[in-house]
Design a protein. Structure first.
Length: 94
């Protein structure tokens, strides 16, 4: 391989290697948090920053099944904080 092609190959592969290293060193708790945030946003169909029971039934059946436990203040909606706290509580149980 000529030197130009070798340099080009290295230049093209470096971002992939950096991304792979970054993924390996990512904190699992942070990954769960980011995934939870994505799931919350996807379920919040009317974008009011809350998930109603109806919204949960459509996109998160397990959350809907435990809605009363997750909705700590029993206002009929799951807030981001309630959703995050429930996720953390579940992940800390053996």
């Amino acid at each position: 391989m000529n030197p130009f092609r070798a340099c080009l190959a290295i230049a093209l592969l470096m971002p992939l290697v950096a991304t792979a290293q970054q993924r390996e060193s990512t904190d699992p708790k942070r990954e769960r948090s980011e995934l939870g945030e994505e799931r919350f946003k996807a379920a919040d169909k009317n974008h009011d920053n809350y998930v109603s029971l109806a919204e949960a039934k459509k996109s998160m059946p397990m959350v809907a099944a435990h809605f009363d436990k997750i909705d700590v203040n029993h206002d009929g909606y799951i807030s981001r904080d309630e959703f995050r706290d429930a996720g953390e509580k579940m992940s800390s149980q053996p």
